[in-house]
Unconditional design. Sequence first.
Lengths: 384, 263
Amino acid sequence: MNWLKPSWQAVLAIVLCVIAIALGAMSKPEAAALADPTASINYPYLGTKGLMLGLVIVAALVSMVRIPSVAEAGVLFVCAHLVAWLLISGIAGFEGTALAPYFLLLTAAWLLGWRCVAVLSGLRPMAGSARNALRLIIPAIFGAWILIIWEAVTRGAGIPFILLPPPSAIGARIAGSLPVLGADVRQTIFKAVIFGYVVGSGAGFITAILADRVPFLRRGLLPIGNMVSALPIIGVAPIMVMWFGFDWQSKAAVVIIMTFFPMLVNTVAGLAASGHMERDLMRTYASGYWPTLIKLRLPAAAPFIFNALKINSTLALIGAIVAEFFGTPVVGMGFRISTEVGRMNIDMVWAEIAVAALAGSVFYGVVALVERAVTFWHPSVRGG
Amino acid sequence: MTGISPAVVAASKLGLTFQTNDGPVQALSNVDLTIGKGEFVSFIGPSGCGKTTLLRVIADLEKPTSGTISVNGMTAEQAREKRAYGYVFQAAALFPWRTIERNVALPLEIMGLSKAEQVERIKRTLDLVNLSGFEKKYPWQLSGGMQQRASIARALAFDADLLLMDEPFGALDEIVRDHLNEQLLQLWARTNKTICFVTHSIPEAVYLSTRIVVMSPRPGRVSDIIQSTLPKERPLDIRETPEFLAIAARVRDGLRAGHSYDD
C-alpha cells in the first residue's frame, strides 16, 4: 500500500459525492422534471452534473496516490475551482432553488481546496521566489474560498439581497460606482484620515518627548492623556462637528483625538526601553540629553513607535468613518454608508466596506513595510 | 601631584553607602588606592565586595558618599566630562541598529570629530582588536567574543589613556577568554594605557596584572594589594610556572581571609 496516502478531506469529499448521487436532484426544477419526465422543464446542471461529480471524485482519488506534492496540489487546485465555477455559473437563473446535493457538492469542492492548501503549506521549496509565491498563493486560495462559499450559499439558498448580497453583486457595484467611491475615498481618507493621523501621531510623539524632558509634565500630563484616551468617540464626534464644521476638519479632529494617546503611551514606554548599560555607556561619553535621545533612546523606542503607528492606522479609519455619521457634506465613506443603508442599497454599503477594508490594509501594510526597513535589527524582524 | 609618576587614579578614605529599602548598604568603606600611569590593576573578590562599584566610582557613574577620588588629577566628574577613560561593560552593549564601524564611531560622533578623523580611527582601532573585515557587519551577526572585542575597540577609539574594564570576558567560554586575555596584554604593551580590570577569576587576574587588588565584602573594602613579580612579556604557559602559582596562592589566601571575616 506504499502508493497510497489517504487524507480525510479526500475521503470525506468522495463520501459527500456518493450521498449527493444517492439524493438525486440538485435543485427544485430538477426534482420537478424527475417527478414528471414528460413535461419539458428547464433545470440547472443539465449536462454538467456528472462532470462535476466526476471531477471531485477523480481529483480526490488522484490526490491519495503517491505523486509529487506539486502535481497533487495542481490537480486539486484545478478541479476544486472548476467545480466551484460550474456550480456557481450553473445556478444563474435558478437562484434559491438549490437542494441538499448542491451544498454537498460545494462542501466536497471546498474540502479539495482545503487539501490543496494543506499540501501547499507542507511544501518546503528551496528557491526564494517559490517561497514568496507560496506566501501569496496560500492566503489567496484561502480568501478565494471565503468568496466562493459566500457567493454559492447566498445564490443557492436565495438569501435576500438586503441581508447579504453575493460578492459578485458587490463587485459589480464597485465597478459601476468608481467615481462616487473615488470621491468618498478622497474626502474621508486623503483629507480627514491622513491629516488626522499625521497630526495626531506627531502630537503624541512630541508630547511624549516633552513629558520625558520636563518632569512636571510627566506627572501632570500623562494622567490627563489617560483620560483623553477614555473619551468615548461617539460622544466627541458631534461636538467636533459643532466646533470645526461639517467638512473634513471635524473628522480630522476626531482622528487626532483617537490617535494621540496610543502614540503618547507607546513612545513613553519606548523611551524607557533602552538598557541601563547602554545609558551608562552614553554617560561615560559625557553625552548630553539630545545626543543620547537621538543616538540611543529613539532607535531603541522605534519598535514601540511603529506599534503605535500600526494601531493608529486602523483607528484613524474607524474614527473618520464613524465621525461622518454625525454630519458631513454629501460625500465621504461614513456619509455614504449611513445614507445608503437607509435607502436599502445594501450592495453600496458593502462596496464602501470593501473599499475601506482595502484602504485600511494598504495603509497598515505600508506602515508595516516601513517598520521592517527601520527596525531590521530587532529580533522580531531579523528572526532570532 | 607629587611623586615621580603622577597618579592616574587616587582614592583616599573612599566610602559609598547605598540607601535601599532594607536600610543602608555599605558598598565601599575606607578605600585607599593609587594607580600610576601604565599600570594594569585587577580588582578581584567575591560578588558583593564592591569591585564593580569602585570601578563605577572612578568612572563617575556612582558618587562616593565619603572620602575623595581624583582621576588624572581632576575630580571624577570633570574627568568623565573630559572623556578621560574608556569603559568596557560586562556585556558588549553594542547598538544593534549600527554596524560594527558605526558602533566604534559612536563616541567619535558624540565628541564631534571630523568624518576623515573618524574613518582613520575606526580603521586603526579595529585593526588593534583584529576585527578588520567586519566593519559592515551588525553586532548580532558576530560571535560573543567578537562583540566584546568590538566594544573594546569602541572604548579605545577616542584614545583615552585610562581603560576601565568591568568583567569584560565574564560571559565568554574559557578558550575565547584565554585568547582575548593574550590579545589584551599585547594591546596594553603596544598602547601603554593604564587599565583597571574587574574580574572574579584568579588566573585571569594574575596573568594580566602588574598589581592585584584583593577585595572582600560587607563592607566592601581592600584587604590586600599584591605586586606581581611576573615579567611584562607573558606567554599563556607562564600560568604553569611556580612563580605564577605562588602569586595565585597569595591571591587565594587573601580572598579566603576576606571570607572568614564573614563567618
